[in-house]
Write a protein that binds this ligand. Structure first.
Ligand code: FES
Ligand code: FE2
Length: 447
């Protein structure tokens, strides 16, 4: 089921104030990113002003992943998360819609919800007691008689995110009321997502609870890697691959050097995956559970031999997933040098309990916070970040030239693909980043 909450105008017209010019200065970042030449200015990963501009021009106008819709079974089910650095609450209202509202009291700004998730009838601020319903309307104000008649509760509801849409159970929200529909923003990427999220006619659900951890590293390092970087696997994960291989010596040459494809598009989305007729799920019970012929029929030959199992993907800007273990995650930005990873496990609804358990444990062992692969990735990002602020380091250009000019159309695969070993999706992610950073956003019209 797709839930859509359409276009509730955020209350900007009334009760807004005017700021002096210059507080939100935007920079032209054209020279910092050269997607055609494969060059990146390292300062985009560490500069506080660039980071602040990202909050305004990337996160305040892109479709951002909020939650899986199985987290909102009944009216009042809520989940607290972030859009960029903005705290938001996603909640199913009495009409069955999912609302996303800014988690900031209109009185003095305290969060009105401090629980991670749960079920409630309303959100009552613990500072002075203003209470808001499941649509974010202000429904109760203690000692209201001390305000004069110009005070109107209906003008002081929580700020609503105007667009909430979902695709195959993945709920996204966008602060830009006039943003293109989510499905258009996903575009060709939908076919690659389907190979992960549409294997089961009964749909998917997420294991209750979210695993969260903090990493030293700019959010783009992770988003980029999941979009474009199969290249690091053999080197960075050598020890994990040894442990997992039956011989203990690492994968056979034919597996280590698997050929594959990498998809990317103008929206900045990217996905890479080996292509092989015997691609399979790593967890044995999961592999045995799936009927690959059924999946060939339900999806396509290309999806089954490609992005269905191994691979990586990022939906621009900061939502990523791994089909092989059902990991979906958001890289929440927490300043230029820090990110918070929020990770869920997605399972097919028809999976028997033992198969679901095997997949959940496999995900935790490989890509949980102490997973044998996850630790390697986090270590790499922290290493890249550690000296990113240093002057000479900042003035040393980075190389994103692998597979330059190799993207082309291939029959059976939507959009353009390059070889698996390529920086093409990375270049496209930064092309999109540059485009948004250099284009005024919807909220700038109000200045
Ligand atoms: S800050 Fe929420 S009621 Fe005062
Ligand atoms: Fe990795």
């Amino acid at each position: 089921m797709e839930y859509i909450v359409s276009c509730a105008q955020a209350p900007r017209g009334k009760n807004t104030i005017t700021r002096p010019e210059g507080l939100d200065t935007n920079f032209d970042v054209s020279g910092m990113v050269d997607p055609d030449g494969g060059l990146i200015d390292r300062r985009i990963f560490s500069d506080p002003l660039i980071y602040a501009q990202e909050q305004r021009r990337i996160f305040a106008r892109s479709w951002l992943f909020i939650a899986h819709d199985s987290q909102f079974e009944k009216a009042g089910d809520f989940f607290q998360t972030y859009m960029g650095e903005d705290p938001v609450i996603a909640v199913r209202n009495k009409k069955g819609e999912i609302n996303v509202v800014l988690n900031s009291c209109r009185h003095r700004g305290a969060r009105v919800c401090r629980a991670d998730l749960g079920r409630t009838k309303n959100f009552t601020c613990t500072y002075h007691g203003w209470a808001y319903d499941l649509d974010g309307e202000l429904v109760s104000v203690p000692n209201e008689t001390y305000y004069d008649e110009s005070f109107k509760r209906e003008e002081w509801g929580l700020v609503r995110v105007p667009r909430v849409e979902s695709y195959k159970g993945l709920v996204f929200a966008n602060w830009d009321e006039n943003a293109e529909p989510l499905e258009d923003a996903l575009g060709d990427m939908r076919w690659y997502i389907d190979a992960f999220m549409d294997r089961d006619p009964a749909g998917t659900y997420v294991v209750e609870g979210v695993t969260k951890w903090v990493l030293e590293g700019n959010w783009k390092l992770a988003a980029e890697q999941f979009a474009t970087d199969w290249y690091h696997v053999t080197m960075s994960h050598a020890s994990a691959l040894m442990i997992l291989s039956p011989t203990g010596k690492g994968p056979k040459k034919e597996i280590a050097e698997r050929k594959g494809l990498q998809f990317s598009d103008a929206h900045g989305n990217g996905a890479g995956f080996p292509v092989h007729p015997r691609n399979r799920f790593d967890a044995q019970p999961v592999h045995e559970y799936y009927d690959y012929d059924f999946l060939r029929e339900r999806l396509s030959e290309e999806q089954v031999t490609g992005p269905l199992t191994n691979g990586h993907a990022t939906v621009f800007p900061n939502f990523s997933y791994l089909p092989v273990n059902g990991s979906i995650r958001v890289w929440h930005p927490k300043g230029p040098n820090k990110m918070e990873v929020w990770a869920w496990t997605v399972l097919d609804r028809s999976m028997p309990e033992d198969v679901a358990r095997a997949q959940r444990l496999y995900n935790l062992r490989t890509f949980g916070p102490s997973g044998v692969f996850e630790q390697d990735d986090g270590e790499n990002w922290s290493e890249c970040q550690a000296n990113a602020h240093a002057f000479m380091v900042q003035n040393t250009t980075l190389n994103y030239q692998m597979g330059l000019g190799s993207a082309t159309e291939r029959e059976g695969y939507p959009g353009k693909t390059s070889e698996l070993y390529s920086d093409e999706a990375g270049r496209n992610l930064y092309r999109r980043w540059r485009e948004l950073m250099n284009t005024p956003a919807w909220h700038e019209e109000f200045k």
